[in-house]
Design a protein around this ligand. Structure first.
Ligand code: 5GP
Length: 251
């Protein structure tokens, strides 16, 4: 059997050339990294859970008319996605202060923000993904003004959708990061949600207890990461009921 072509290997995923032109296979690894890869580990089953959870969120977004790169899940660790040109920005939406915003502005973690706040970081690992303004984005040509209007609208729609889905299962969506892809249809370009949406890229707190159910469990050594992600998947009905207590994770 021919070996497939690896296009890119990141910290948590590998991208392979897809079976048809314009497609990519996105493979979810078990690797966890934090603080710009200064902290690293392999967490059994993380990739399987993120593959399922990202499928769940992307499918939900498609159903409410938010375009995404997701085509279909292929197996436990892989999904077929539409190939796109990634806008070099991390788009962060915050509903409650936490993480870098709390540190930067001295606002206690968990403080509700007056409205959702959208931030942009320039995607560059060597620089530690620095926060940038729309002035930088326009001046350096990373995205046009029309792109920025579309990105803001997409980010807020994702926030409304994700907040509602999470609230329904007793989880607070504190903040999240998304990435945006550019696809071309003839002379026109469209922006779509790319990469992944999973507990690796969101802050998710239990509404009753405040328990963290996201990657901060790994970043801050708060317990077992797979247990936290399994709990999110269980509440959303993403894991089969028989696997509720200890999910059987097959590669
Ligand atoms: P903060 O800026 O507070 O570190 O992160 C804000 C939100 O964006 C958190 O939900 C965090 O998980 C997510 N985020 C920020 N940068 C990254 C990144 O490089 N990778 C991932 N997976 N998530 C990120």
């Amino acid at each position: 059997m021919a070996r497939r072509k690896k296009i890119y290997e990141g910290k948590a995923k590998i991208l392979y050339e897809g079976p048809e032109p314009g497609t990519i296979v996105q493979y979810f690894k078990d690797d966890a990294t934090a603080f710009n890869a200064e902290k690293k580990d392999v967490i059994d089953g993380k990739g399987v859970l993120n593959n399922r959870l990202s499928e769940f969120f992307m499918n939900g977004l498609t159903q409410i008319g938010v375009p995404t790169h997701f085509i279909r899940r292929l197996n436990m660790r892989e999904q077929l996605v539409r190939s796109c040109e990634i806008v070099p920005l991390e788009v962060i939406v915050r509903n409650y202060a936490a993480g870098s915003m709390s540190k930067r502005l001295g606002i206690a973690e968990g403080t509700q923000l007056p409205r959702p706040i959208v931030e942009y970081c320039y995607k560059d690992d060597a620089l530690g993904d620095p926060l940038v303004t729309e002035e930088h984005i326009a001046a350096f040509g990373w995205a046009s003004q029309q792109d920025m209007d579309d990105i803001l609208s997409l980010a807020l729609r994702v926030n409304d959708f994700m907040s509602g889905v999470m609230l329904a299962v007793g989880i607070r969506l504190v903040d999240f990061k998304i990435e945006i892809g550019r696809v071309y249809d003839g002379d026109y370009q469209r922006l779509i949600i790319a990469d992944e949406i999973s507990p690796d890229s969101c802050r998710l707190w239990d509404i009753e207890t405040g328990q963290k159910l996201d990657k901060d469990v790994f970043r801050r050594d708060l317990g077992n990461l797979t247990d936290a992600y399994s709990e999110v998947a269980r509440r959303l009905g993403v894991l089969p009921k028989s696997n509720v207590s200890k999910p059987t994770l097959i590669n």
